[in-house]
Design a protein around this ligand. Structure first.
Ligand SMILES: Cc1cc2nc3c(=O)[nH]c(=O)nc-3n(C[C@H](O)[C@H](O)[C@H](O)COP(=O)(O)OP(=O)(O)OC[C@H]3O[C@@H](n4cnc5c(N)ncnc54)[C@H](O)[C@@H]3O)c2cc1C
Length: 482
């Protein structure tokens, strides 16, 4: 470890991969971040005979996938759904191989997440239905203007032009509740969501399914055998002709041919990692321009089930901020658990509270609809917006910003490769999106490094999308729906 590395003519006392590389001439890479993108990338590069070290700031892997077991059964505090329960889903092979059951919460072709009305119990009955016309007119505004505007502005414009569509009382409340669901999908308020781009991602067929045993088994399987350094927070990345030098918080440095950066967009926005030389302007513009929102989970564990047997319990209100919903985990897992899921400004406001106050707030919402509820026996609260390792839940299309920013975030800079949900053009904000970008970055990195080594023979040998074993076995998914 005392050998001296040289990235750009600067000597450093401590490095990791360089000495081994010089002896064996085997290509090397540093993967930064141990979420789905990072683990997928490291797994793929290891299979391609790279020396790989993965640096992760937390004391656990998984990132925004975190399956908690403190209730004695799995509860996903981050991602919980597989969006697109079908064999085309990049994660289907792994889920099938591990025999993980999936509980389907909505059918095919749902335009917005879980918009399957049979699954809901909306309280305050006797409402008039929100006319479908309103939605169609909002879509018309979108195609009429070249200027982008927010979804909230588009709705206001439609109502201004056609006041007959204005809803009063309960019908308006139901409309607000739909907006609240949309805000949950994008983790931000409707006045931040781009009208032009909000639905440009690809929805895989098969509807949405909850991972009944959590996402953890997949990430643990992918991580097997990898050299993962936990509690290693990257603070500086220096790129040069000979390679990349990555420094962590204890000043230790790692050196390799290339690096794959998978830290969340919120972390890149916060500029807590210093790049030398500075990233090009187009990359910085992509980091600034893509939105990142907040969605959280407040999980309430009761001693018994006292609520109706539906997938969601919703509360409607005259503003989307006042609306909310609980996911009924009992349907999927058999455990008496409700998950309150605030998003956008509401989630940020709740993050200012202590965990105990946040749990009390969620419980008070439940009391609105079920006045005789008993207190929860346990609770869990996530704070993805405040956590310095995520600084947000997932990315969204901000108003007035081109959709190609996601691609620009992905495009490599010299020997730095970028992956993670916010670099996925097709599957932005999802686990399978993060996973796919990790594989893609690994493949690009492999090609670039082997080219540099002049090792063209090996360029064709590795399967880009998944390892050979996984690719050759197709196992049907275990899907249930009560
Ligand atoms: C509440 C919530 C619900 C969600 N629900 C769903 C869902 O149901 N289905 C779905 O598909 N997706 C869902 N998502 C989105 C999904 O979780 C993410 O898109 C995906 O997990 C992101 O993976 P990633 O690898 O890009 O990033 P991450 O998982 O965030 O991984 C990045 C890693 O980088 C690490 N890191 C940060 N800073 C540093 C540093 N300086 N040095 C080293 N390491 C660092 C982090 O600790 C983290 O482990 C949800 C997210 C949240 C928060």
């Amino acid at each position: 470890m005392e050998n001296r590395c040289d990235v750009n003519g600067v000597n450093k006392a401590s490095c990791y991969l360089n000495s081994e590389r010089k002896q064996s001439r085997s290509p090397s890479a540093i993967v930064i971040g141990g979420g789905f993108a990072g683990i997928a990338a490291a797994h793929a590069l290891k299979n391609a005979s790279f020396q790989v070290v993965l640096l992760e700031s937390r004391d656990r892997i998984g990132g925004r996938v975190y399956t908690d077991h403190s209730f004695g059964f799995p509860v996903d505090m981050g991602a919980a759904w597989l969006h697109g329960v079908c064999k085309e889903n990049p994660l289907a092979t792994w889920i099938g191989r591990l025999g993980l059951p999936i509980y389907q919460t909505s059918g095919d072709n749902s335009v917005l997440f879980d918009h399957d009305l049979e699954s809901y119990a909306l309280f305050d009955a006797d409402g008039r239905q929100v006319p479908q016309e309103l939605v169609q007119k909002a879509n018309k505004v979108r195609h009429e203007t070249t200027e982008d505007m927010s979804v909230a502005q588009a709705i206001a414009l439609v109502l201004e032009r056609d006041p007959d569509l204005r809803q009063e009382g309960l019908a308006n409340n139901v409309l607000q509740w739909y907006l609240c669901r949309m805000e949950g999908w994008f983790a931000t308020d409707a006045d931040n969501i781009s009208l032009k781009n909000w639905d440009q991602e690809v929805l895989l067929p098969g509807g949405h399914g909850l991972m009944v045993r959590g996402y953890r088994p997949i990430i643990n399987t992918l991580a097997k055998g990898l050299d993962i350094r936990l509690s290693h927070r990257v603070t500086k990345i220096v790129r040069g002709k000979k390679g990349v030098e990555v420094t962590v918080n204890n000043d230790k440095s790692f050196f390799a041919d290339a690096a794959i950066i998978t830290v969340p967009l919120g972390v890149l926005k916060a500029k807590s990692i210093k790049f030398e030389p500075r990233l090009p302007e187009w990359k910085e513009a992509a980091i600034d321009g893509i939105g990142v929102g907040v969605e959280n989970k407040i999980v309430l564990h009761f001693d018994k089930v006292f609520w109706p047997n539906v997938e969601f319990l919703g509360i409607v209100s005259s503003t989307s901020y006042g609306c909310s919903y609980f996911l009924n985990l009992h349907k999927a897992t058999g455990h008496p658990v409700l998950v309150y899921m605030p998003a956008g400004r509401l989630a940020q406001d709740i993050e200012k509270m202590s965990d105990e106050s946040a749990a009390k707030f969620a419980f008070s919402q439940l009391k609105v609809i079920l006045p005789d509820v008993t207190e929860p026996i346990q609770y869990l609260v996530s704070q993805w917006g405040r956590d310095e390792n995520s600084l947000g839940s997932y990315s969204y299309d901000a108003v007035g910003k081109p959709r190609d920013l996601f691609e620009r975030l992905r495009i490599p800079v010299d020997n730095l490769f970028f992956a993670g949900e916010a670099t996925s053009i097709k599957y932005t904000g999802t686990v399978h999106g993060a996973f796919s970008t990790g594989l893609m970055a690994a493949e690009e990195c492999r090609m670039r490094v082997l080219e540099k080594y002049g090792d063209l023979e090996n360029l064709e040998m590795f399967h880009p999308s998944m390892d050979e074993e996984a690719a050759s076995i197709s196992v049907p998914l275990l899907i249930s729906r009560m």
